[in-house]
Design a protein around this ligand. Sequence first.
Ligand code: G6P
Length: 615
Amino acid sequence: MCGIVGYVGGAEAVPILLSGLRRLEYRGYDSAGVAVLDGGRLATRKAVGRIANLERALSEEPLTGKAGISHTRWATHGGVTEANAHPHFDQSGKLALVHNGVIENHLALRAQLEAKGHIFHSQTDTEVLAHLVGAAFDAQDAESPEALVEAVRVALRQVTGTYGVAVIHANVPGTMVGARRGSPLVLGVGRDEHFLASDVSAIVAHTREVVYLNDHEIVALRGNGFDISTLAGTDATFQISRVEQGAEDADRGGYAHYMLKEIHEQPGATRDALRGRLSREEATAKLGGLNMTNAQLRDVERIVLCGCGTAFHAAMAGEYIIESLARLPVECEIASELRYRNLPMARGTLVFVISQSGETADTLAALRECRRKGHRVLGICNNVASTIARESDGGVYMHAGLEVGVAATKSFTSQLTVLTLLGLLLGRIHGLSCAEGMEILKALESLPDLVTKTLEQESRIAEIARKYAHARNFLFMGRQANYPIALEGALKLKEVSYIAASGHPSAELKHGVIALVSAETPSVCIAPRDAVFEKNLANIEEVRARGGPVIALGTEGDGDLAKVADDVISLPQAPEYLTPLLATIPLQLLAYHIAVTLGRDVDKPRNLAKSVTVE
Ligand code: G6P
């Protein structure tokens, strides 16, 4: 898993590799490492933890060389130790390899190699691959770039699983070999220098000319050129694309954390998600990126929404929103389940995969499986030119801007905005009148201001956070489209504060979870003035009757709620399909302020990665 950056050319490799790794830290930050070739000398530095630790190690003991590979890790096989950090080496110590993916048959391969006398220094699947390539290289007479390519090819034919790899060898200076299957790898074409990376953000500061490698392709890079072939040994055809996106710079803009900054960016992010997509003339949404005519959209009989983590919660909320606006059946699926499930999908099913990064391995696999079955699959992504955006049949960009905090915030509300636009568009095709469409359109136009108004609750929420920060367990509840928001609120709290939290449909509490209610367990209840308000009120009473403290999110000025809850957070008046989005914001702030009170590493919580690129 993880992020890879490689460089070969005329400049010092280390600064280029480090700046690339910093851009890929969203793929993991358990450990990081580099290996650099200086003539025929191969040297490495590794450090547990953030890229900053590796930078420190390199400033204490610098490395020079004009070819190198590097890696930032999210641990899969083997603990978070320096020994398990990449790059890994072969038996001779002359070949270094970095890897993103999982070698599934690593145990059998390790046993075979050990029987031949190979000694391993880590618990990783990757080290097995390094030994395999090294053994294949040593078995040949020549020590040429072609021999290194052949060795990679021979080794990869023996492995099952997924990989994006980069390899260098001390006896083949000036050459780097990369290959991919299942994990993304992009080649950057520069003037007398070439790059390899898990995504373009790592290299876009140096070159805009890239080749997106396909599965089963191998590339050999030199300063002055590159060759791409297939795992089968034939030449591959390729296309050099120009990347339009710049190297977006991340700064905290005066906020203590990226998470807080990104929470406060939501008025702008929702505005950007709506920009140019509302047509007053037709009282509908315009989503040209879907690449579908209204006639084709009319033939859609069922929608499947799919994603992981926060994106899955957006899918769940999207189910309620689209069903209520468009009266179309919607189902949501967790991507990791969908990819292995034989879901019956009739003709007329339109699939949306939702992914902020556009790189999540399970979501990508679900996309491929659905496309393989012949379905049209559209993406709702934030990262332009990400793998999911490129492989889908069309889609809608979120335009949320760069999200750095590992806990997704503005991307979630942007996803909900896009899903509401979709509800409006499909609704206007399937039955909403012009007047109804116009009402929804106007409500959407007011959304950024409603978000701003919700954010004004922050100081009140920070107080509540301090009051409850030392609770060991939280319950979140809501009904209908606010049930997924309860799940998302609980997820945010777990991610950044490490407090146990769970989200539930309010009425479901009495079927077991209510056993957890006690004076020490606060319940966060989402209860705006909607069709199920009285029902929520009754559920709140049930919690109160058992001595559980209640933090309620309700519509501004709600006196009834104030009577039953210990603490109330106000949401502005809004139509029912917009309250889930608005209710999310106080829950983000609650999680943030609790985490800060507890002194947590808010932007890079333990064990997490912003984008999980292994299954
Ligand atoms: C990881 C992140 C989550 C995110 C999920 C899906 O688990 O930690 O915050 O929601 O991946 O990411 P995606 O980029 O596909 O939206």
